[in-house]
Design a protein. Structure first.
Length: 694
């Protein structure tokens, strides 16, 4: 029979699809084709279309910044006042709304949303084209493999989006209350589709059901022989690995093991990375070996535009030593017209009294009024503002009293921005002038409590030993690079180094690429180990964990006693013991009972530690943090700050959900439709307690 041929304008998909602004283009199927249009009328063109749909972005940078692998060098290297490579990096690390970027910037929330929904739109167009090319694409030998790939792409891209922009899956009851993301399965053919409508935006539980539907529709149709380079497509092992991870997150552990078995084969050792034979002559030989598309361990490779290497080289956020000494240093305050330095030492408060200048500004400060203090070089160009009772307050609320027309303000140590003041700036009140300064003793320690340590993530990830090895992981010898003359700014494994694509060698300009590995044999093996533990197969889980250690050139056997020694005890006393909250995250009673056994709990901690090592720089640790409600501690200090701020992300903190990009909301998507309240039992006990230390 005669079939109508789908024509696709790629520019339309990029600029006007859901990925770009959630506003649709007209489907100009009946217009005369021009040079921008491609007729998708045969199997080869469908395959080319699908190839174009793999995202050139991953959520790695944002997820790493929000997680617990990176520390702030401005905290652990006290003399440092480094800027972040991009301001949105600092916003992500502080768990703030991420807004300081442009739509063309790499690694941003918008880039993730844009490129993954572009991939979904591409898959949908391919599916529509195949429907028009065949009565039954699923059984048509010319396109059935593409039918499978398109459905797997659509499933996986939604899986990434729901895990970034929504709550982690808890259980059917709780996740049926948590809003997910738009699940788009149709080609856009009208203008201004409201994707925030429940026709598209689903609860997390339903998003997972739709992912499974697409996954099962495509997984048996994949045919590696149809690909020129299978590692850059959903080949069979990548499909099985995706299924294993999906069912692990959905807590269908039997199916997780089933698909992991299919990917790994009878002997996982043959599939794991061959670190011992890696060519280490240069960083590029190592990088090329790691990203080798023929390596059995690399189930799926993804080429991206990413600046993670440059973010790390800015020496602000890094894998680095922690600190156990946040002792405040003496500083000074320079006040205009006083011509002297007033020492501010730990345990003191500066009290500044302002009087109103009625003859100049006719201002009378009354109870409840708002006052801003400007630290300025020039009165018209404020460098920094402290605001009382205002939304732009950048510091903790300051103590103050109003007595007639005088305002007394107490600036404790945590509120003084000394690195600004020490540059000779002045302290002024708009319409007020300081009349006196007094020093007053206060017990600062009793107010703040004990100062928490900053965890040494370098030890956690590759230097601090494990359950059956000491010090550095042998596979990483000679492959770790360091920043700073004394390595004080942290270190990184070669795998995150960039490829630079020159567009003009003379001008030295071009594109920065990083190749990521969304699915590997190693991560799939660790998925299986976690699932086996919950299925009551702890010995099998330990055996899989030992496969992993052997692949890292560790020769000592892995035993339950070694695991207990490394991961036993409480999270407060053991940096290798994650502070997990499986009950709060909706785990069923039968799985909670598994973790009541200390040995099983320690095996889970071991799995999570190995996953953290295996997926560093990939951002997947963030998904484990969300799945288990792991508590995360961030200590940070801005480049212009003296204070160190400590913040904790608890299991039910709504900041665990990355907000829909601001420019997507500006384009008309309303993520607030419906009840977006945090679910999970315990939200009433939500704790958010940032505090500062000197």
């Amino acid at each position: 029979m005669t079939r109508k041929i789908t024509k696709i304008a790629f520019g339309c998909l990029v600029s006007c699809g859901i990925a770009a602004a959630l506003i649709s283009c007209n489907d100009k199927l009946d217009e005369q084709p021009d040079s921008r249009w491609i007729d998708i009328n045969n199997a080869k063109k469908v395959q080319q279309l699908l190839t174009s749909g793999y995202p050139k972005a991953v959520p790695a940078v944002v997820c790493e910044l929000m997680g617990d692998n990176l520390v702030d060098n401005n905290v652990v290297v006290p003399a440092t006042h480094n800027d972040a490579y991009s301001l949105f990096h600092e916003e992500a690390y502080r768990w703030e709304d991420i807004k300081s970027y442009s739509t063309g910037d790499d690694d941003t929330p918008y880039e993730i949303w844009d490129r993954y929904y572009f991939g979904i739109a591409t898959a949908n167009h391919a599916i529509e084209a195949m429907k028009e090319m065949s009565d039954d694409p699923r059984t048509d030998p010319t396109i059935s493999h593409s039918w499978g790939e398109a459905h797997l792409m659509r499933a996986y891209f939604h899986f990434v989006l729901v895990n970034v922009f929504a709550e982690a899956y808890k259980n059917e009851a709780l996740s049926s209350q948590d809003w997910g993301v738009p699940y788009v399965t149709t080609v856009e053919d009208v203008v201004n589709i409201d994707y925030s409508d429940t026709t598209y935006t689903k609860k997390v539980s339903e998003v997972y059901r739709l992912i499974e539907k697409d996954l099962l529709e495509g997984i048996d149709l994949i045919d590696d022989s149809k690909y020129q380079v299978p590692a850059y497509h959903f080949n069979r092992n990548a499909a099985y690995a995706f299924a294993a991870r999906f069912y692990l997150f959905w807590r269908n552990y039997g199916k997780c093991v089933k698909y992991a078995d299919m990917a790994l084969g009878g002997n996982p050792a043959t599939s794991l990375r061959k670190w011992a034979s890696m060519n280490t002559n240069t960083i590029y030989t190592m990088l090329n070996a790691y990203n080798d598309e023929t390596a059995a361990c690399n189930y799926l490779l993804q080429t991206t535009y990413s600046l993670q290497d440059r973010m790390l080289s800015a020496c602000r956020f890094a894998i680095n030593d922690g600190t156990k000494d946040l002792t405040p240093k003496e500083t000074s305050l320079w006040v205009k017209d006083k011509k002297e330095e007033m020492p501010i030492t730990p345990g003191h408060t500066v009290e500044i009294t302002f009087s109103s200048l009625k003859e100049k500004d006719n201002i009378v400060m009354a109870e409840g009024d708002t006052l801003r203090i400007y630290f300025t070089k020039d009165e018209d160009e404020p460098e920094f503002i402290i605001s009382y009772k205002g939304k732009d307050d950048k510091l903790a609320a300051l103590s103050y009293t109003v007595e007639k027309d005088n305002l007394k303000i107490a600036l404790s140590n945590k509120d003084i921005v000394t690195n600004i003041l020490e540059r000779g700036l002045t302290l002024q009140g708009r319409g007020w002038s300081p009349t006196k300064i007094t020093l007053e003793k206060m017990n600062y320690a009793s107010t703040v409590g004990s100062i928490p340590n900053v965890t040494n993530t370098k030890n956690i990830l590759y230097e601090g030993g494990g359950p059956n090895w000491s010090n550095r992981i042998p596979a990483f010898d000679g492959k770790i690079f360091r920043w700073g003359a004394g390595s004080e700014y942290g270190s990184w494994l070669f795998r995150v180094y960039e490829y630079f694509e020159y567009t003009n060698k003379i001008a030295g300009i071009g594109y920065v690429h990083i190749i990521y590995q969304p699915f590997t044999a190693e991560e799939t093996l660790l998925c299986r180990a976690e699932a086996e533990l919950y299925l009551g197969q702890r010995e099998k889980a330990i055996q899989d964990l030992e496969f992993w250690t052997v692949s890292k050139m560790i020769t000592n056997p892995l035993t339950q006693s070694g695991i207990n020694r490394k991961y036993g005890g409480t999270p407060a006393a053991n940096d290798w013991a994650d502070d997990i909250h499986p009950r709060e995250m909706g785990f069923e009673d039968k799985y909670l009972q598994v973790l009541e056994n200390d040995s099983s709990l320690n095996v889970l901690r071991c799995v999570l530690h190995f996953r953290r090592i295996e997926t560093m720089f990939e951002g997947m640790r963030w998904f484990d943090i969300k799945r288990y409600g792991i508590t995360v501690h961030h200590a940070y200090r801005g480049p212009q700050d003296y204070d160190v701020t400590h913040d904790y992300l608890l299991w039910n903190d709504p900041r665990r959900v990355l907000k829909v990009p601001y420019n997507v909301k500006d384009a008309g998507y309303d993520p607030e439709k419906g009840d977006r309240a945090l679910q999970g039992g315990g939200g009433d006990n939500l704790k958010y307690f940032p505090y500062t230390t000197k």
